[in-house]
Design a protein around this ligand. Structure first.
Ligand SMILES: Cc1cc2nc3c(=O)[nH]c(=O)nc-3n(C[C@H](O)[C@H](O)[C@H](O)COP(=O)(O)OP(=O)(O)OC[C@H]3O[C@@H](n4cnc5c(N)ncnc54)[C@H](O)[C@@H]3O)c2cc1C
Length: 384
């Protein structure tokens, strides 16, 4: 296969766009195919931890990101009933020193726009909008030659996953995320624009942080739920939202319930995950990002893992390694991150004595010791 033969990438989400830039950095051209005709301002907030921003920095995007994100000073765990701070993990300047990369929060669409601008400006990347790929076999007919191989970066409901024998299955997790944004003026007194705040309670939690470019706060509330519809953006009638959301958060502090009560347009996001399975079809097709391993958001690592996958895939290919060597390497990391997410789910939603024990243990730990728990995750040095 000639060095100039392009890689085909299905999906221009975070994984697909980062993959195109990572291949280009290694001198490898790519053809990117996106189902939607325009990359619209979809989604809500994303947290970018230092393991992701280290890579985005290497891709030359730090200056653009610094203009549009905010770097929280701390990540606080807060009791949802009393609003008492249980623990605070330092971020901000501390993150830059400890993990040599920043911790940022921004709107998903803001990140996608930064990636898109870089892809559009790069002569090695060619983007085809409004061009779904349902089978890798269809790509040669579009670009007039066989691609080097195909990357399935087409998200949790991936079409390309159907072409990988033994691939994991997507299934509804039993949890839903409620998403809403609200203006700084409407924010309850407890919300602090210099922090990421995770409010914990019985069987549910919610996370709040600022979206600086939009001058809004982003709120994601995670509860049990039974809505497995395959959509990112389903708006429910306000009355039903109030009933379902408020019953999950009943007994929480009035600052929180008052905000939920006043919410006008929350969207519901059913949380689907992709289980373990194969990621490759020989040397022809490889899955990355949510297509390979969509995970629950309890460790806030969905976008970060997509970014790591994309960057390391380009490194493996440029270094002459096989797609299956890449997949084996990444699966170890993904398994550890998933395990951390499962632990957080247990700890965040704890009830009764487990909750009391959690609060006691966390409140006794110093900030540096809490931060040390994240060294393996945030300090990750990707293959390059
Ligand atoms: C609309 C949307 C909103 C989201 N909002 C949030 C959010 O607010 N907060 C959060 O933490 N995470 C959000 N996510 C998920 C988050 O972006 C992903 O978990 C993470 O970034 C992994 O990205 P990915 O590129 O693997 O998948 P995705 O971000 O899902 O991107 C997949 C891309 O592939 C395209 N696609 C799908 N099928 C095909 C096909 N057959 N051919 C070509 N293209 C195809 C999709 O249109 C999409 O652009 C959202 C995802 C989407 C698509």
């Amino acid at each position: 296969m000639q060095q100039g033969t392009p890689v085909a990438i299905a999906g221009a989400g975070i994984a697909g766009l980062t993959a195109a830039l990572s291949f280009a950095r290694k001198g490898i051209p790519s053809e990117i195919f996106e189902r939607t005709g325009a990359l619209k301002e979809a989604g809500a907030g994303l947290q970018l931890s230092p393991n992701a921003t280290r890579i985005l920095t290497r891709l030359g995007l730090l200056d653009a990101l610094e203009e549009i994100w905010s770097e929280p000073e701390t990540i606080n765990l807060v009791d949802g009933r009393s609003l008492r701070t249980i623990a605070a993990v330092p971020a901000g300047a501390f993150a830059r020193n400890r993990w040599n990369a920043p911790y940022g929060v921004l709107h998903r669409a803001s990140l996608q726009n930064v990636l898109l601008d870089a892809v559009t400006a790069n002569p090695l990347c060619r983007l085809h909008l409004g061009q779904p790929i349902e089978s890798p076999g269809s790509i040669a007919g579009i670009i007039g030659k066989e691609p080097r191989f195909t990357v399935g970066a087409d998200g949790v409901w991936s079409d390309l996953r159907q072409h990988v024998q033994g691939a994991g299955k997507a299934s509804f997790s039993g949890n839903v995320a409620w998403r809403l944004t609200f203006s700084e003026a409407d924010a309850p007194a407890v919300f602090d624009a210099t922090k990421v705040m995770a409010f914990l309670g019985n069987g549910c939690h919610l996370v709040v942080y600022p979206l600086p470019q939009q001058h809004l706060f982003n709120l994601v509330a995670i509860t049990g739920g039974a809505d497995p519809s395959k959509t990112w953006d389903r708006t429910l009638p306000a009355a039903e939202v109030k009933h379902r959301l408020l019953s999950a958060f009943s007994g929480w502090h009035p600052q929180i319930t008052g905000l939920l009560q006043a919410a006008e347009e929350p969207t519901i996001w059913p949380l689907w995950a992709v289980g373990d399975g194969a990621w490759t079809k020989g040397e022809d097709l490889v899955l990355i990002g949510d297509a390979a391993h969509a995970m629950m958001p309890f460790a806030a690592q969905g976008a970060a893992m997509a970014i790591e996958d994309a960057f390391e895939l380009a490194a493996f290919v440029a270094n002459g390694k096989t797609l299956s060597a890449f997949a084996d390497h990444r699966k170890t990391r993904i398994a550890r991150v998933r395990a951390r997410g499962a632990f957080n789910r247990f700890a965040y939603h704890a009830r009764g004595p487990v909750r009391l024990g959690r609060d006691l243990v966390l409140s006794l730990r110093r900030p540096e010791s809490l931060a040390a728990d994240f060294d393996w995750l945030y300090g990750y040095e990707p293959k390059d």
